[in-house]
Write a protein that binds this ligand. Structure first.
Ligand SMILES: [Zn+2]
Length: 345
C-alpha cells in the first residue's frame, strides 16, 4: 500500500464541515428545480466554479436557499456523511448547520435540525458513522441574535445537537468574535460545547484568535493568524487548544497553495493540536480523504505525523470519555492494520 492510499484509508474524525457547503452539485440543482430557486448555473460541473470569497459566499447562500423541506435536510446530511465515509473513511463527525440562513425561506429551526437528524440516523445505520451537530451563528449577525439562537437551541433540545459555533459572514465583515460573549456564556452554562471561526480571513489578525480564546473556546476553527503571535501560540499549546484547519479551503479562497510552507504546517511545527478538515467539501472540490492524502503529502508530513493528526482528532471531539475511548480503540486497531501494509520505498 502506498502512502497516498494509507492516508486515504486512515480512519478520520471531521470537526469542521458545513452542511450547506457539503451539498453535491447534482443534489443542489435538483432541489433548486424542486423549489424553483434560481442558481447561477444548472450544470453540475459549473455550479461550484467561482473566484474568491465574495463569489463563494454568494454561491453558498444560493445553495442554502434550495434546501427547504425536512426531507431535503435529511438528504443533504445523509449524502454529506456518505461521501466522507466512502471517499475518506470518516468514522465520526461534528458538523455545522446554520439555521438562521434558512429562516428567510420560511424554514423553521425544527425543520432544519430534525431533517438533519433523520439523515444522521440513516447514515449511521448504513455506514456506522456517527455525526453530531454544531448549531452555528452567522458572524455577521448581532450579539442579541446570537443569544436568541442559543436560546432556541436550549428551548428545542436534541441529543444530536452538542454545541455552538460561529461561522458564516458577509463580505464586509470585520472579525469580532468577542461580540458573542453573552451567547457563548449561555451555551457553556448549559453544557453545550463552543467553538469559533477566527483568524482566517484576509483582514483578521492573531488578536482575533486571542478574542476567541478569551471567549473560553478550547477549539478554534482555522486560527491561522495565530502564527503571527508567538506568545499566543504558547498560550494555545499550554491550554491544549485544538485547531480545525482546512488546507484546500485556504487554497481556493485565499490562494494559499504552498502547502510545504503553509500556516497549517507552521502550526503543526509549533506543537499546536491541528486537525484536518474539509470546510465545504463540495464547494471546495475536496473530501476528507483528499485533505489527508494531498494535504499530508503536500505539507511533507511523515506517516507518524499523519497518524498523530488522525488520533488527535478523536481527542478534539466533544464526545464523553467512554465514547472517546471506544473511538480511540477503533482508530488504533485500524491504523495498526494499515501500518502493516504500508510500503514506503
Ligand atoms: Zn468553516
Amino acid at each position: 500500500m502506498d502512502y497516498v492510499e494509507f492516508l486515504t484509508r486512515l480512519p478520520k474524525v471531521e470537526l469542521h464541515s458545513h452542511l450547506e457547503g457539503s451539498v453535491r452539485a447534482t443534489t443542489a440543482i435538483e432541489l433548486a428545480q424542486k423549489h424553483s430557486v434560481r442558481l447561477p448555473s444548472y450544470h453540475p460541473a459549473e455550479l461550484y466554479q467561482y473566484e474568491g470569497i465574495v463569489e463563494f459566499l454568494e454561491r453558498y447562500v444560493q445553495v442554502s436557499h434550495a434546501i427547504r423541506d425536512r426531507e431535503d435536510f435529511a438528504r443533504v446530511t445523509y449524502e454529506a456523511i456518505e461521501d466522507a465515509a466512502t471517499k475518506g473513511n470518516l468514522r465520526y463527525s461534528e458538523m455545522f448547520l446554520n439555521p438562521t440562513n434558512h429562516y428567510s425561506d420560511g424554514v423553521s429551526y425544527d425543520t432544519a435540525i430534525d431533517g438533519a437528524i433523520d439523515g444522521i440516523r440513516q447514515a449511521e445505520q448504513d455506514y456506522g458513522v456517527k455525526c453530531r451537530l454544531i448549531v452555528a451563528i452567522n458572524r455577521s449577525e448581532s450579539p442579541s441574535e446570537a443569544v436568541a439562537l442559543v436560546q432556541q437551541v436550549l428551548d428545542s433540545p436534541r441529543a444530536e445537537v452538542i454545541g455552538i459555533g460561529q461561522d458564516h459572514l458577509t463580505p464586509d465583515y470585520q472579525e469580532r468574535p468577542g461580540d458573542f460573549a453573552e451567547a457563548f456564556a449561555l451555551a457553556t452554562a448549559n453544557g453545550l460545547g463552543i467553538t469559533a471561526h477566527a483568524g482566517e480571513i484576509d483582514t483578521s489578525t492573531a488578536a482575533d484568535v486571542e478574542a476567541a480564546l478569551d471567549l473560553g473556546c478550547l477549539r478554534i476553527d482555522h486560527g491561522y493568524k495565530i502564527i503571527d503571535d508567538p506568545s499566543l501560540v504558547d498560550r494555545a499549546r499550554d491550554a491544549g487548544v485544538d485547531f480545525t484547519c482546512c488546507l484546500h479551503s485556504t487554497e481556493k479562497l485565499y490562494g494559499w497553495s504552498d502547502f510545504a510552507n503553509h500556516r497549517i504546517r507552521q502550526m503543526i511545527d509549533a506543537g499546536l493540536n491541528v486537525t484536518l478538515n474539509t470546510d465545504d467539501p463540495s464547494m471546495m472540490n475536496t473530501n476528507i480523504g483528499k485533505e489527508y492524502s494531498a494535504g499530508c503529502v503536500g505539507m511533507g508530513l511523515t506517516p507518524e505525523q499523519a497518524k498523530k493528526i488522525a488520533l488527535g482528532g478523536v481527542e478534539a471531539t466533544w464526545l464523553d470519555d467512554a465514547a472517546k475511548h471506544s473511538l480511540r480503540r477503533d482508530f488504533q486497531e485500524q491504523i495498526s492494520a494499515l501500518e502493516e501494509q504500508l510500503n514506503i520505498p
